[in-house]
Design a protein around this ligand. Structure first.
Ligand code: AMP
Ligand code: MG
Length: 327
């Protein structure tokens, strides 16, 4: 079975082809173009969607070329139906709908967050993990129970990715800036105390963002170091409590922030204390990509015959804990 997946929820337009053989999936191609806003600015949805429109045909044809298949070889096409930015989501949905209607291929809208998790499971081999999803759009702790992902904790305001990106932009970096902050943080070891806010299993980052901005004039590197140490310690506390509560023996981190080495280091320590195995999605597939959508579409196709074209919506605020999973 061969599936094409199209991702366009925010900054990335990506197409990927995956072939499923038995239980495993082989990524035949994964091509991406990332919209970069001007330095110091965030994503403008209209500009990002313009970027996606301009790049969509090249990304699609490069993806097919690299996978060495033609559109006629596809058994299904899936697209990220949400959550995400409306104008961006619509670009991926239009491309998917055009292919599905012209070539008569079954079409599947996929929840972007579930895409992160399913690809993470495929690539790491985690079976029944507690999942930490940390990206531009999500900060959530999740466990699977009775056919649905259940939320054990989440951010009460901005996400971990937004915290890093908004702080990075105030330093003049272009979004996404998690990597710039990580690099600056590696040059310091001087911790300045910052607000630490864990409420039950939830976290809150907005006070931490303001406070970090107020210490930056002394040293950018110390501010980045202190920001990472505080935010990641908050996340680690929530993870530790969720591991205790759920008794899970695996932890898997997915989402763009999973690329951060210091976050992995702290979470590995937590796992060691709890006798849990630690899995992190490979760097190349941590951020948004078509493979997440292609693989989840293939899994969906095992239990569903596709969606009628008139029902191929996009939903900006599609929560993953509302999705019933039957495969
Ligand atoms: P996603 O929405 O899954 O594509 O993830 C994008 C987010 O990941 C952005 O907020 C980035 O700043 C963040 N990110 C990417 N690389 C790193 C890194 N090395 N450390 C921390 N955050 C990162
Ligand atoms: Mg994402």
């Amino acid at each position: 079975m061969i599936g094409l997946g199209i991702e366009s929820t925010a900054h990335t337009f990506s197409c990927a082809v995956i072939e499923k053989k038995g239980k495993s999936g082989k990524i035949l191609s994964d091509i991406r173009k990332i919209y970069r806003p001007p330095e110091g600015e965030g994503i403008h949805p209209r500009e990002a969607s313009r970027h996606h429109i301009e790049n969509s045909s090249t990304v699609l044809s490069d993806c097919l070329k690299e996978s060495k298949i033609t559109i006629k070889d596809l058994d299904l096409v899936s697209y990220a139906g949400g959550p995400g930015l409306g104008p961006c989501l619509r670009v991926g949905a239009v491309v998917a709908r055009s292919l599905a209607s012209y070539y008569k291929i079954p079409i599947y809208p996929v929840n972007h967050a579930i895409g992160h998790i399913e690809l993470g499971k495929l690539l790491t081999g985690a079976k029944n993990p507690l999942v930490l999803l940390v990206s531009g759009g999500h900060t959530m702790l999740l466990a699977f129970l009775n056919k649905q992902w259940r939320v054990f904790g989440e951010t009460l305001d901005i996400t971990l990715g937004q915290l890093l990106d908004q702080f990075g932009r105030s330093l003049g970096f272009a979004s996404p800036c998690g990597k710039n902050i990580e690099q600056l943080a590696q040059t310091s070891s001087k911790y300045t105390p910052l607000p630490y806010s864990v409420k039950g299993n939830d976290v809150s980052f907005s006070g931490l963002l303001s406070a970090t901005k107020s210490i930056v004039s002394k040293s950018k590197a110390d501010a980045c170091f202190s920001l990472q140490e505080t935010a990641f310690a908050m996340i680690s506390e929530a993870v530790e409590r969720a591991l205790s509560f759920t008794g899970k023996k695996e932890l898997m981190i997915v989402g763009g922030v999973a690329a951060n080495k210091r976050l992995s280091e702290m979470l590995k320590d937590v796992c060691k204390r709890h006798g849990a195995r630690f899995f992190v999605v490979p760097l190349k597939f941590a951020g948004d990509c078509g493979s997440q959508i292609a693989w989840t579409g293939i899994l969906e196709s095992q239990v569903k015959k596709g969606v009628l074209l008139q029902n191929t919506f996009v939903t900006q605020s599609w929560r993953l804990d509302s999705v019933k999973i039957d495969y």
